[in-house]
Design a protein around this ligand. Structure first.
Ligand SMILES: [Zn+2]
Length: 187
């Protein structure tokens, strides 16, 4: 388990390609900024571990669970993005993105969830059991990677800074086509 900040940084890093695919500055900013929080979702098992059969790094830390999260929460996230674009300033979620709002939401939740599993795989052995990302297809941990430095203070912050920087750079490189689509979106 990495610190919260490390997980959020990893999620930001994994969301950075969104700028390339969406290629619309404000829309990408909304998706990255609204989406990276979902990088903490698998750790909800820390809260639920009082329940029968739930333990940290258990079922919630699998690709299967992340896919279920994405299928259930993703469309809602997409609709929230869409309504932000509809009810406030349409340039925050431009017309082409609104047509694919559900898909964007699903991808956002899925990518950030997988980024969480990836970070946990990299983590050195910690207090909890190893994650079994491919359960139930593959029982037990699939890869053993102990990147020991990963738990260090500077690695956690480094990851976060890296995630923020990657998105900042992408923001800078994405040409602001914000204004050009505002007209069509305002219907
Ligand atoms: Zn975790």
């Amino acid at each position: 388990m990495v610190d919260v900040l490390g997980h959020l940084g990893m999620a930001l890093l994994w969301l950075a390609p969104v700028w390339h695919f969406i290629n619309h500055r404000r829309t990408a900013a909304l998706v990255a900024g609204g989406g990276f929080w979902f990088g903490m979702l698998p750790d909800i098992d820390l809260q639920l571990s009082a329940l029968e059969g739930i333990h940290h790094h258990g079922v919630f830390h699998t690709v299967l669970a992340v896919a279920v999260f994405a299928a259930v929460l993703g469309p809602l996230v997409g609709l929230v993005f869409k309504s932000i674009g509809t009810r406030t300033d349409p340039t925050w979620f431009y017309d082409k993105a609104r047509e694919r709002a559900v898909a964007i939401g699903v991808i956002t939740v899925f990518v950030t969830g997988i980024s969480h599993l990836f970070a946990d795989i990299l983590s050195a052995p910690d207090v909890s059991t190893r994650i079994e990302p491919l359960w139930p297809v593959v029982e037990g941990p699939v890869v053993m990677m102990d990147v020991l430095w990963y738990q260090s203070w500077w690695a956690t912050w480094g990851l976060f800074v890296l995630g923020v920087t990657a998105n900042g750079l992408a923001w800078y490189l994405t040409d602001g086509r914000d204004e050009s689509t505002a007209g069509t979106a305002a219907e």
